[in-house]
Design a protein around this ligand. Structure first.
Ligand code: GAP
Length: 556
């Protein structure tokens, strides 16, 4: 039951809405809304609240609420690849000629989505911090970089072919005898050592040209430029240098859509510290819980355990504070952009699987449709790389600390993430199919959405079309927008829902007269009416999640 109650405060009268409900054999009352100082005004407000509550409880609203709360629709990686191709996100590269294994082209929506993803990564890791700068190195560099880094000598796998089904794959040297074919369980035949670096010639005449490599990771350009960047950006330890860019690996068996490709992008940070320097930010990560699968648990065939990352560091499961800190921060980046924390776990590399440069490595794994797989790596590279480049280039990589000490910095943690794998995660997390209506909604975080808003004139008369065009020009100075004047309004909403457009703006019968428009929210299908002059500001706040949709305008 709801009542209007009057309260006297400092001699003045105020009206409130009070609700009473029976709990056991007692009746409990609480004030649920302030209604103003005037009784008539209070009655009107109370009535409005009643109407809104009724509407919220309507079967249609309840259904929408249920749908929003539901898990994304489970699809296979092939179904995701098909969806991406159909809608203009990602295509097999050069498909008219049959494509090429492990190479992909981004379509008109995919290129927007991937740019937004990289922008968000850059914002979180560089723009919003004091201690990290970014560089953009070249894809082909002096081949001595790859000799120094150990990639020429040690970045080697064994190529294998199944004796039964002839499936080709690669295995680490130590796995050769123990690994069976993942397709049919047959025995593998050793086809010899294989270096996945792509080679090319630099120079026009083959005999005079230099053999060079397409970079297999972005990390080495950070190490090779380390001294210049540190001096130019006047960086003091601890600090990071980041890079987003292409990497190439001639994978023997590229598969599972973008998951294992031959050309891909990485977003990497090399975080440099003075040897044994502790992490001043460690307290920030307290209360970050994730499934943890350390080396011991794997050896003993036990299940991963849900733990606080900070506690895992304190109890020695995660060896360094920097490792714990960066794992927690990267996990936070994914969940802040809408990923479900239950789909993540961290797994420590066993002794045999570590890369040639790594002291200790953890992977952030994701529960992909094909099972738990590496999403992002966190290697403790120690001083391996700077030492190697110092020796091979004969230039000192030491820097002077504030206290005047000369040190060779260590990289205790290198967060290294593949853009394609991150993209798959956000697409899987947002993909919702409505079987009944045969529609798809891509519930992407608005910051990632390729198109931020779609503008629809409802009536095909110059007055409405001109107004829509003016709004479009204004919004396009800041956001990527769609304009759609064809088909029913329902069709237009559906076309935008399936590509993840968070907001649809309609210019309706009342718009020219009142200079206002409606905005429809993709996830709730609720609509608000707002003045045209406030539209751009409101959209910005909505996309940046600074306001809730219901607070952005008058609900209609
Ligand atoms: N600098 C360290 C490094 O490159 P990595 O574990 O080989 O380490 C880091 O790669 C990340 O790059 C992986 O966690 C994955 O997200 C991505 N990645 C690696 N190989 C890939 C491939 N063939 N296709 C797509 N992404 C890949």
């Amino acid at each position: 039951m709801a009542f209007i109650v009057k309260k006297k405060i400092s001699g003045k009268e105020y009206y409130y809405l009070q609700k009473s409900e029976r709990v056991g054999d007692k009746v409990k009352s609480k004030v649920v809304a302030y209604l103003g100082k005037d009784l008539e005004e209070a009655k009107l407000k109370a009535e409005k609240i009643k109407q809104m509550e009724k509407k919220e409880k309507s079967p249609e609203q309840e259904k929408v609420k249920k749908e929003i709360a539901s898990e994304p629709t489970k699809i296979t990686i092939e179904e995701l690849a098909n969806f991406c191709k159909r809608k203009g996100f990602i295509y097999p590269s050069g498909e008219i000629y049959g494509g090429l294994g492990g190479f992909w082209d981004y379509g008109h929506l995919g290129s927007e989505l991937v740019n937004n993803l990289k922008k968000e990564w850059h914002k979180f890791h560089i723009q919003q911090r004091n201690d990290i700068v970014a560089i953009d190195g070249s894809i082909i560099t002096n081949p001595k970089v790859w000799e120094a880094s150990g990639h020429v000598a040690s970045f080697v796998d064994i190529a294998v072919e199944c004796k039964k089904c002839h499936h080709k794959s690669k295995v680490d040297k130590h796995e050769l005898d123990s690994t069976k074919c993942d397709k049919c369980g047959g025995d593998f035949e050793n086809k010899g050592e294989f270096n996945p670096m792509f080679t090319t010639q630099v120079g026009p005449i083959k005999e005079d040209s230099t053999l060079a490599y397409l970079r297999p990771e972005t990390a080495q350009l950070i190490f090779a430029n380390f001294k210049l960047v540190q001096e130019n950006a006047r960086l003091q330890l601890p600090f990071g240098i980041a890079q987003i860019g292409k990497a190439f690996r001639n994978e023997i068996s590229p598969r599972e859509f973008l998951f294992r490709s031959r050309e891909f992008e990485q977003m990497e940070i090399e975080y440099f510290i003075e040897p044994n320097q502790s992490c001043p930010y460690i307290d920030e990560i307290k209360d970050t819980h994730i499934l943890i699968y350390d080396e011991n648990k794997q050896k003993e065939n036990k299940e991963p355990e849900l733990m606080d990352i900070y506690e895992a560091y304190k109890s020695g499961i995660i060896k360094t504070d920097w490792h714990a800190y960066w794992i927690a921060k990267e996990f936070e980046w994914f969940t802040r952009l809408g990923a479900n924390p239950n789909n993540f776990r961290i797994r420590q590399h066993t002794k045999d699987e570590k890369s040639h440069y790594a002291i200790d490595t953890w992977d952030l794994e994701y529960n992909f449709p094909m099972g738990w797989r590496e999403l992002q790596g966190f290697a403790n590279r120690g001083d391996f790389d700077l030492k190697q480049h110092q020796e091979h280039s004969k230039s000192s990589m030491e820097i002077t600390t504030i206290e005047g000490k000369k040190v060779l910095p260590h990289v205790v943690c290198e967060p290294s993430l593949g853009v394609g794998r991150a993209l798959i995660v956000f697409l899987l997390e947002s993909y919702h199919e409505n079987k009944e209506k045969q529609t798809t909604i891509l519930r992407l975080n608005p910051k990632l959405s390729p198109v931020k808003a779609a503008v629809f004139p409802i009536i095909k008369k110059p007055e409405y079309i001109d107004m829509a065009q003016d709004i479009l020009i204004d919004l396009r100075s800041e956001f990527n927008c769609n304009y759609d004047k064809s088909g029913s309004i329902g069709r237009r909403y559906a076309r935008n829902d399936e590509i993840g457009t968070p907001y649809c703006i309609t210019i309706d019968e009342e718009s020219p007269k009142n200079q206002d428009v409606t905005i429809r929210d993709r996830d709730t299908t609720s609509q608000i009416r707002i003045k045209t002059k406030d539209l751009k500001d409101t959209l910005r706040k909505l996309i940046n999640q600074e306001i809730k949709f219901e607070e952005a305008g008058k609900i209609i």
